[in-house]
Design a protein around this ligand. Sequence first.
Ligand code: WTA
Length: 651
Amino acid sequence: MTSSLETEPVSYPPAEEFAATANAGSELQEAADADRLAFWATQANRLHWHEQWTEVLDWKGADSDYIAKWFVGGKLNVAYNCVDRHVIDGYGDQVAIHWEGEPGDSRELTYAQLLAEVSRAANYFTEIGLTAGDRVAIYMPMIPEAIVTMLACARLGLIHSVVFAGFSSSALRQRVDDAEARLVVTTDGQWRRGKPAPLKAAVDEALAKGEHSVEHVLVVRRTESEVVWTENRDVWWHDTVANASDQHEAQPFDSEHPLFVLYTSGTTGKPKGIVHTSGGYLTQTSYTHHYVFDHKPGKDVYWCTADIGWVTGHSYIVYGPLSNRVTQVVYEGTPNSPDEHRHWNIVEKYGVSIYYTAPTLVRTFMKWGRQIPQAHDLSSIRLLGSVGEPINPEAWRWYREVIGGNKAPIVDTWWQTETGAIMMSPLPGVTSTKPGAAMGPLPGISAKVVDENGVEVVLGETEANGYLVLDEPWPAMLRGIWGDTERYKSTYWDRYAEQGWYFAGDGARIDVDGAYWILGRVDDVMNVSGHRISTAEVESALVGHHSVAEAAVVGATDATTGQSIVAFVILKASSEANDELTSELVAHVARDIGPIAKPKAIHIVPELPKTRSGKIMRRLLRDIAEGRDLGDTSTLVDPSVFESIREKSAN
Ligand code: WTA
């Protein structure tokens, strides 16, 4: 046992004071254990249904291509649940969004104002001929119009596909094409570290070549950057949406009507369009937001620091929180703009009480030093959340002590784009927490840790790591990969086809107390600052460069970002290795995918280690990237390859 474990508690029981008013109690688990489907039916009643469902779950596993139906026959409108309902209930004047722009401007939107904005956008979308089932791409920074657009789509049954505004024009085009979007909503530019950066220009570039499905590009003015205009295609938001009527009646849609597609990295170069539907998704995001964050509408000020380009932004900025009548902070920019005090200034300004972020940011705060948060009054914070990657115990303790005043419970929430909503987390006020552990499945959720044959790994044998599987369907589960049923089945279901379990792609272990520890991805997906990036995607970007013959990419452990991208590259005979070329390759990846996919190191090597069947041995490359001794190299075609690689990558 290490000394820190001797001095620091191994487990933090819930504070009595917190438990006394907590939304969750032990009865939740009891209810779920007694009757899981009845439990979910109760949760679905958190929502307004235009028409009641007749069956909670229709699940036939392989016989229906693993596509579940939840709340069968029910009809609802997701936007109505997130906005109208609160206005009707008399909360029109409650602030929904305290928006904070990066340059220091701010806006406040009450639920009544949000309803008016969403109605205007819905009226305009209808006017241009969009109808339920059409796809809309959203390529925007964190401004209120982005949320308004998502809700307007939901209101009309349009399927939104939010593309992170840090992605390149070619990444945008790939996603627009795959979903055949009819409308792209964007901004002239976005603020990044005090400077405006163009954004519409990337849309223009994306749509410059070849046939595409886009009929309109709707542009919000944000940075006053100059834009090039394509007549009959481009329209300003302030000329159109802003003038539309603010009255709009929401129509109900089937519980299984698709709500959105969100692309995420898989093990091949092509991103997967994860499909989510309405009733089950909203039920689980609403349920988890209420209990996991202990959210009290009208009292709490909630802040989730994610971007709407990722699933966390979808589920815990837009749908879960708004369905629960949240008052929340939405911040446009980076945490160090204009300086490292920005987040804490915002916490003080609005009295943030619930703060949800990623471990990579906690580690960045640690690096900046505790004197920065300590210069602020953070006493409003009563609960902290973590998401996106395993949080190391040191960061967990720092987070609790420095940000949480040694008392705020931390909810370490494990979930995925595919799961749609939180699956594992301690329940604040109920669960004792261990630094670094997601603790266990939430009431209503069922998970197992198993070996490759599906045999459960023995509880408490700390060396016994296994794979995390979900052995029962859950309401917010994905309903497939857009346009690719085969890939959906092979990625998630083939592995445990016999048992009918969902394979999450994460390693995990259960300790002596039954706590679950998530150990990270077991496939070729990297996790850099909580963002999923596929090795194959970066490799394909690299080989797309005219100087590169072959590339292999691995994720190496990184103290701040969790993992960092390390590339091993073989050049074409005509190219010469030098620093200029290396920087050019880094820039090339940023252009091709986006800055988040930039390799931290590129090693030019003469050969790549391969097995006899021609598979690149990434494990060995990871050993090199992390400076470890090499393990077993006996299956290699030519073990001496390593010496030359190691030599090259050492300098
Ligand atoms: C990882 C983000 C450990 C995991 C919501 C998962 C985590 C992937 C945690 C999904 C956590 C997410 N502890 N690992 N609390 N949360 N992960 O789709 O590897 O962007 O499979 O969804 O992030 O990433 P995604």
